[in-house]
Design a protein around this ligand. Structure first.
Ligand SMILES: Cc1ncc(COP(=O)(O)O)c(C=O)c1O
Length: 450
């Protein structure tokens, strides 16, 4: 193990050096990739030294999401202390179902949840780490469904139509989850948005009333705090007034924007969150924690155990349910995603998060200002968070993004805004500097033939 560890550190150092020097690797077609690195498995094993050499080769050609020229996703960059904790997590390999097995890691997860609940305005809240925002949305949607139809968990649905409400800009996981939950993808009402891409409350109320008149059972409204393409925030307080009036569960998908709760001014965008029933908050996006690190929080304690509890005498043999998250979890065996977030929070404190977010927001404003200075570029709207959407006159964003990828200059994506395909630049990497943004724009202009 000693020898392996020192080799791992060597490979890691090589990766760090490469990240400094170059962009996130030119695109390599899958067939060529198989030629470059032998990935095939065989019935006879090979010596560990050869495996390490193979691993080194794979690391060299894996896209580098921590490069400062990676702008493609809602996550990017490396928060070093969290990565260090993640390496130790792998070595400890505890499963987060019981205190008996995970010991202090359970207390650490509870500590994080309590802190996040405080920022969410859920003083009586609780929660659990789940493998991703999509899963957190699944759990929030399930809680709403089970409250709307209390017999469903035990006996199945009673034949009435079950509906969900999501804005047209909301995340696709909500539609997928409706398929998983058995309520039907077609029963997710995609509510119209306003000119900035925020859910229209009048349209929401009209859709709910129409469904109620038709005898349907609304399970939950899923409001989005930080939409995937535009980074916009649905008006939570006004939406909560509608859900409270009709007694409907309000789940807030803050996978992306939940982190703004840690910024004293930007948290205003989530005004009214304290009225929601559940919240998705991904720490692996804006907070820079290595994937996966997602939390599902509920405003009231007890919701998760009431909907997930099962008997498993072989497993739950000591301690009460608070110390045995397996009794309130979607999973049985569960990865420890808490240690890395705790280490980062310990290091940064609440204040450090606010400073980090301020920098990320600054980079988005800086990029938006550059767009506005460029005569051939048009900004879709002022960035609400760290997404900057814009178009370039005469350029096809898909082609330009492809060209930048092929050349390895930068990784940036595109998205659809008001029917037009536009560039979507995301400034979540905490190490990004103004010169990185300028360089990206120079590359985009050059790749656009300007
Ligand atoms: C608004 C929103 N919700 C949910 C998700 C899904 O999160 P995850 O990738 O952690 O499953 C995303 C991912 O981009 C998102 O943007």
């Amino acid at each position: 193990m000693d020898k392996l560890l020192s080799e791992v550190l060597e490979i890691a150092q090589e990766l760090f050096d490469e990240e400094q020097l170059s962009a996130p690797i030119p695109r390599v077609a899958p067939d060529e990739m198989r030629q470059r690195v032998d990935l095939s498995l065989a019935s006879t094993g090979i010596p560990v030294d050869d495996v390490m050499a193979r691993m080194r080769a794979v690391v060299r050609v894996t896209p580098r999401t921590s490069s400062r020229r990676f702008f493609n996703q809602l996550y990017a960059g490396r928060l070093e202390i969290a990565s260090a904790a993640e390496m130790l997590t792998g070595l400890l390999n505890v499963s987060m179902y019981t205190y008996k097995i995970a010991g202090p890691m359970i207390l650490i997860e509870n500590e994080i949840i309590a802190r996040m609940c405080r920022f969410a305005g859920f003083p009586n809240g609780f929660g659990i780490a789940v493998p991703g925002g999509s899963m957190a949305n699944l759990v929030g949607m399930m809680l709403g469904r089970n409250r709307a139809m209390p017999n469903l968990r035990n006996n199945g649905a009673d034949g009435r139509r079950l509906t969900y409400y999501l804005s047209q800009e909301g995340h696709y996981s909500v539609v997928k989850n409706a398929g998983i939950l058995g309520t039907g993808r077609a029963n997710v009402r995609l509510i119209a948005t306003d000119e900035l891409g925020r859910m229209r409350v009048d349209a929401l109320e009209a859709a709910i009333e129409k469904d109620l008149e038709a005898g349907a059972v609304p399970c939950a409204v899923v409001a989005t705090a930080g939409t995937t393409v535009l980074g916009e925030f649905d008006p939570l307080r006004a939406i909560a007034a509608v859900t409270q009036k009709h007694g409907i569960w309000l789940h807030v998908d803050g996978a992306y924007g939940g982190t703004l709760l840690l910024h004293p001014a930007a948290r205003q965008k989530l005004d009214g969150l304290e009225l929601a029933d559940s919240l998705t908050w991904d720490a692996h996006k804006l907070m820079g924690i290595p994937l996966m690190c997602s939390m599902l929080l509920t405003r009231q304690r007890g919701q998760l155990s009431a909907n997930f509890q099962e008997t498993a005498d072989y497993l739950f043999q000591a301690d009460d349910y608070k110390l045995n998250p397996g009794t309130r979890s979607l999973q049985c065996g569960r990865r420890n995603d808490a240690f890395k977030l705790w280490a980062a929070w310990l290091n940064l404190g609440d204040e450090g998060w606010a400073t980090r977010i301020e920098k990320q927001l600054h980079m988005a404003r800086y990029a938006a200002a550059r767009v506005q200075r460029e005569t051939k570029m048009t900004l879709c709207q002022d960035p609400a968070s760290t997404n900057v959407c814009f178009s370039v006159e005469g350029a096809n964003s898909k082609q330009v993004c492809g060209a930048l990828h092929d050349s390895g200059k930068a990784l940036i994506g595109y998205g659809e805004v008001r029917g037009e395909q536009v560039f979507r630049l995301v400034t979540v990497n905490g190490h990004t500097e103004e010169q990185d943004i300028d360089r990206l724009f120079d590359d985009i202009l050059a790749a656009s033939g300007l």
